[in-house]
Design a protein around this ligand. Sequence first.
Ligand SMILES: Cc1cc2nc3c(=O)[nH]c(=O)nc-3n(C[C@H](O)[C@H](O)[C@H](O)COP(=O)(O)OP(=O)(O)OC[C@H]3O[C@@H](n4cnc5c(N)ncnc54)[C@H](O)[C@@H]3O)c2cc1C
Length: 360
Amino acid sequence: MISSSTISELKRIVGSHNIFTEKDRLKDYSTDASSLQYMPEIVIFPEDESQISRIMKLANSYRFPVYPWGAGTGTTGGALPIGGGVVISLKRLDKILRIDSVDMIAEVQPGVITSELQREAEKIGLFYPPDPASSHISTIGGNVAECAGGLRAVKYGVTKDYVLGLRVVLPTGEIIRTGSETKKGVVGYDLTKLIVGSEGTLALITSILLKLIPKPPYRASILLHFKDKTGAIECALNIIRRKIIPTTLEFMDSLSIRAVKISHPYLFKGEIHSLLLIELDGRRAEVEEDVAKIVDIGKKDGVESIKIARREEDIGHIWEARRGLSHSLYNLRPHKISHDVVVPSSKIKELMHFLETLMD
Ligand SMILES: Cc1cc2nc3c(=O)[nH]c(=O)nc-3n(C[C@H](O)[C@H](O)[C@H](O)COP(=O)(O)OP(=O)(O)OC[C@H]3O[C@@H](n4cnc5c(N)ncnc54)[C@H](O)[C@@H]3O)c2cc1C
């Protein structure tokens, strides 16, 4: 239990308008997308790094637990105060400090919403590829602390592939800088990689240096419907065998399709057992060449129908089924368990077979 004198000290650090202890307000910080529930004693909103450092020094002296909080969309419960104590919200550190088009980097505070950075980078022809499906609500700090993936991981990798450096506050309150602004930053231990994905257990991230790349000038999406259960899997493997690297390559099985059909009946006509959703980006000629190859592969693998979208609104329509998937799968509760499973491409068929045995 945190004493009232400690609460007073915390108020002196952040101001009484940046801290609360009322039960009804604490409740909002007692759960995230994991649906676990643990009540904090205090929620605090520091406004800068030096305040965070002072909070950490206090926590270290009085031995109370602290939990960094981005937007609370985590599915692993990492932000939840399992031992009571203080939730430190990074909400007030929400500035994009700079986007440099020569060095192709962005420096951001942790509370920036990911899609906001993506939008700002794209305004000057740059691109921040990691794109978790929560990018419109989750923070960059949370993405870094979770090493978030996302739909574009097939081609562009995950968050850790874009973090060049960090400023962090250690549990002692000490502030350190890791990494460098250059792409070739090879000297010394890689503390950046150690902290990325550490879910707030090692340090509190206060600033993030991110690598950006040129925005791909052209994109196209392809939706392939298969009547045959295994057609989509074969097609996906053949796409990889032909050395095509799509931005996104998503598979939906008959159960997922049935779930989406309940909420989006207009999206599917007839009997579909599996589908592939593919996005390609890059130079127009290269993308169109890959589209033609994928159509060819699909036909050989018994595709039932193919839709190709090149205009933004058509691309949006094609992806509607995928966007609706997470929510639609709630229709299957209580027989639904969400898990990210990772296997090498060569083991996908084996994995699908194993999952089918689980469903029986
Ligand atoms: C609809 C939906 C879709 C999702 N899609 C994806 C997806 O496609 N890919 C994916 O990988 N994840 C996905 N997620 C999970 C989640 O969005 C991500 O894990 C996201 O990175 C969490 O960000 P957040 O700002 O909400 O962090 P929070 O949930 O607040 O915190 C997550 C973890 O980061 C720590 N943390 C937060 N900020 C800091 C900081 N500044 N310093 C140190 N530690 C910190 C917290 O302590 C906690 O351990 C999804 C979640 C939802 C609800």
